[in-house]
Design a protein. Structure first.
Length: 132
């Protein structure tokens, strides 16, 4: 419990929101529902269609694990990794499915918001470091 009590409420909220987003994005569109959009995106880099569904599933597992890791690891490099992953995902969508940026609740609005949360978390970590 000391781990959580040594952090600011803002840092805890950022971590919870980021973790929720990764866990949800891994569990619902990739594992529970196997979204066709996810499969279509992966189809650009996986040549054999029989592997796409399995790859989507394992990506979902990885996203859930990363979300849980964000929940428990309050280190700056975790938030930088999150930012890098989100920028990479944005570039991937821009390269292969740019029309997605015109949809409501699209990858750009989601990822920019999550990057902003990561930056807020980094600022909170810096504040904590300066206090101790």
């Amino acid at each position: 419990m000391r781990f959580f009590s040594s952090q600011t409420p803002v840092l805890l909220m950022c971590r919870a929101a980021l973790a929720f987003s990764w866990v949800y994005q891994g569990a619902v569109p990739k594992i529970a529902c196997q979204s066709m959009g996810e499969a279509e995106l992966l189809g650009h880099i996986i040549p054999l269609s029989q592997w796409i569904c399995e790859a989507v599933f394992w990506m979902g597992v990885a996203e859930i694990l990363f979300g849980l890791f964000l929940l428990v690891a309050a280190r700056a490099w975790v938030f930088w990794l999150n930012i890098a992953a989100l920028v990479g995902l944005l570039l991937f969508v821009a390269l292969f499915e740019p029309a997605m940026f015109a949809l409501p609740f699209n990858p750009l609005t989601l990822n920019v918001s999550l990057i902003a949360l990561s930056l807020v978390a980094l600022l909170e970590l810096k504040k904590l470091k300066n206090v101790t």
